[in-house]
Design a protein around this ligand. Structure first.
Ligand code: NAD
Ligand code: TYD
Length: 339
């Protein structure tokens, strides 16, 4: 198979490329990525010389460019990881979220149907379901939970999900959608909770916890997510949505405390800052469908995954130091300056 992986220079896409090249020696991967602030070519260095891999710098919204690539590569499948992915940035400026996350997905699917029923997988998020109350632990998101978004980010992802299912119904395009909970692991951009707290701890900088830190997320090690996407692509039923989750709900404050402990830093670094606008309280996934149909379940326990992740950041200082020396500084000042 030749698979076009979009957004492969980002966090989950790059982990997916490493996973997939190792798991399927017979496949070829073409990574299509615009290299926004979140895309990092140095991440893909380990596979750049692999003859089963090709990198192409391209915007998924560039219809002409995308069609030309399809013409050249004649892919069997497309996995769309490319997105603007940070909630806080979407609150600052939603427009690029709509462009990449919605319009970009439609360009890719148009290319899939123009070149003849190419298999399409849309990588989505549990955030499309909105949030759950903190005091009803028995409530979980299932695939039939109504979409009920809170942020411009999640609204744009929900828009793409609906469009993907519409391409199945209207054009018969063979599609699937996965909705995953929060990922963590190597190559995670340090604007997101876990890598941001690790990096700030290592610099003895304040650890900005939004509100009271009581919001709950369901954390999944990134490689488990990659395996789920791979299974869905190969064995999932077209036209279907699959939830993917870690069955591992944690409050933000407990994660931050754990990171302090692991790095031997004092909790006095924790600083409570103004809450995120529209901040979702709790996400929790019911992953029974993918377990039942495809036999998927998480393999990495959080206690192990978080240790592995922290070690990775300790061993890959150059990777994240380069990131936080550039545009990131302005971003950080803008987001956290007088919060
Ligand atoms: P990321 O921000 O780390 O990476 C996004 C990648 O997409 C970057 O390499 C960027 O350069 C590329 N990109 C952005 N706009 C593009 C465009 N117009 N054309 C081509 N490439 C473009 O994101 P991530 O955390 O790896 O998330 C990947 C996908 O998984 C997203 O669709 C996200 O919604 C979804 N998701 C993420 C999580 C999570 O916890 N991070 C959880 C569930 C689902
Ligand atoms: P984030 O990593 O941005 O993922 P998402 O919003 O997509 O779940 O944030 C995870 C949680 O951590 C979320 O409840 C917001 C909170 N958070 C902080 O408290 N401080 C921070 O500096 C960041 C980035 C997030």
């Amino acid at each position: 198979m030749t698979i076009i992986v979009t957004g492969g220079a980002g966090f989950i896409g790059s982990n997916f490329i490493f996973y997939s090249l190792a798991a399927h020696p017979e496949d070829r991967i073409v990574c299509l990525d615009k290299l926004t602030y979140a895309g990092n070519l140095s991440t893909l260095q380990p596979v750049m010389d692999d003859r089963r891999f090709r990198f192409v710098r391209l915007d998924i919204c560039d219809r002409e460019g995308v069609y030309a690539l399809f013409e050249e590569e004649r892919p069997d499948a497309v996995i769309n990881f490319a997105a603007e992915s940070h909630v806080d940035r979407s609150i600052e400026d939603p427009s690029v979220f709509l462009q990449t996350n919605v319009v970009g997905a439609s360009v890719l699917m148009d290319a899939c149907r123009t070149f003849g029923g190419v298999r399409y997988h849309q990588v989505s998020t549990d955030e499309v379901y909105g949030d759950l109350p903190l005091d009803r632990p028995e409530l979980l998101f299932t695939e039939s939970t109504p979409l009920h978004t809170s942020s411009p980010y999640s609204a744009s992802k929900a828009g793409a999900d609906l469009l993907t299912l519409a391409y199945f119904r209207t054009y018969g395009l063979p599609v699937t959608v996965s909705r995953c909970s929060n990922n963590y692991g190597p190559w995670h951009f340090p604007e997101k909770l876990i890598p941001l707290m690790i990096v700030n701890c290592l610099h003895d900088r304040p650890l900005p916890v939004y509100g009271q830190g009581l919001n709950v997320r369901d954390w999944l090690y990134v490689e488990d997510h990659c395996r789920a996407v791979d299974m869905i692509l190969r064995r999932g039923r077209v036209g279907e949505v699959y939830n993917v989750g870690g069955n591992n709900e944690m409050r933000n404050i407990d994660i931050v405390r754990l990171i302090c402990r692991e790095l031997g830093k004092p909790e006095s670094l924790i600083t409570y800052v103004t809450d995120r606008k529209g901040h979702d309280l709790r996400y929790a996934i019911d992953a029974a469908k993918i377990r039942r149909e495809l036999g998927w379940q998480p393999e990495t326990r959080f206690e192990d995954g978080i240790k592995r992740t922290i070690s990775w950041y300790l061993e890959h200082r150059t990777w994240w130091e380069e990131i936080i020396s550039g545009e990131y500084r302005d971003y950080y000042d803008r987001m956290y300056g007088d919060r």
